[in-house]
Design a protein around this ligand. Sequence first.
Ligand code: HAM
Length: 412
Amino acid sequence: MARYSAPRGMHDLLPSQAALWRRSEEAFRRVFLSFGYREIRTPVVEHAEVFSKSVGEATDILEKEVYSFRDRGGRLLVLRPEGTASVVRAFIEHLQSEPYPLRLFYLNLPMFRHDRPEAGRYRQFHQSGAEILGSDHPAADAETVILSLSLLQALGIGETEVLLNTLGCPECRPGFVQRLREFYAGKEELLCPDCRRRREQNPLRLLDCKEESCRELSRGAPSTSAFLCSGCREHYGRLRALLRSEGVAFREEPRLVRGLDYYTRTVFEVVHRERGVTLSLAGGGRYDGLAEILGGPPTPACGFALGTERVLSLLPPEKEEPPQVFVALGEGATEERAFAFARKIRARGVRAMAEVSGRSLRAQMRSAHRAQVPATVILREEGAVFRDMESGQQEEGTEEEIARRVVERFGC
Ligand code: HAM
């Protein structure tokens, strides 16, 4: 028989890792709610156009990384590669009448990109993120940066750096893009094959290519700051002032452009550096034109997403919460009684598991030891026994007395 493994770049979340995921979800949910955000969950699958129109046809994500398929009705669908376009689609479909600005968050939603898997880069990964729809004010941008840092701090991750840039708006960006085209003209042979292709359609991406030859070249390229219109300059200045007033350290990074086409003005990343390795934990920015591109009303907006796998890779594994009581069947006891006993104590907040394998009492006790439960209740034909697994001490009593004893020790 063939032995199957999970698809390349996709991972099982095993019980030993689940406790950390649960803790991070709980911490993130608390932080999002404390900032007044409301939760949204969109389908894993969207119509392909939601992404081709928004993320951009000429981006790596759309050109190379998207998982797409036709459904039985012949419609082209994709597994979502990111969350923002889906949230904006849902906003246009359901939430336009809600009071602005609308603050939404999503927690650990699976995303899919058919990229070459390597450390920290997966084909299925998970993002938590937030979007503010309906504000063009730099305070909204500042809030998203602060919120992304608060999430990381809630998990005890403090040694991060915020990289910040502005990409201008439809008024000033074309002038900048034109200057970039001129700068790269005649230098094609110095570019990597991807950048040679991008040069025409998406010259901004040339600035953040990771290939050494392209990086070297981009050091001499013009930067956005010289081309910003007064509105963009003011917006960026106010954002920086707000971040400073909140004590947020950031580094301006004129080469930061990010891999999605929908950004206008602010873009940022939160990175973690350790032993020469830079890990991008979160990324985001402003996307004032996206709602209109997707057929909605003009709605200035901004947000960010944080990659769960990358963030959790910085933390030690969390201790699991094992069951507290094993309900064993002694001579003459039945499964019905074990189920009923376990149900009663669970209702009082005890984590209990009952024997379901029909084994001898000796085998049951061995498995209770292996499961590291602190206590076992052995049901007998009459009454029950409470056994402390560490000390080996036993107490006998009626079922009710033993249930009370268990609840006293473990219940809430
Ligand atoms: P992004 O930078 O593509 O932005 O992804 C955000 C975060 O998701 C990254 O910083 C990283 O932690 C994680 N991530 C991305 N790709 C992978 C991968 N292949 N494997 C593991 N982790 C990954 C967005 O997706 C935008 N939607 C963010 C946003 C929200 N902008 C505005 N609102």
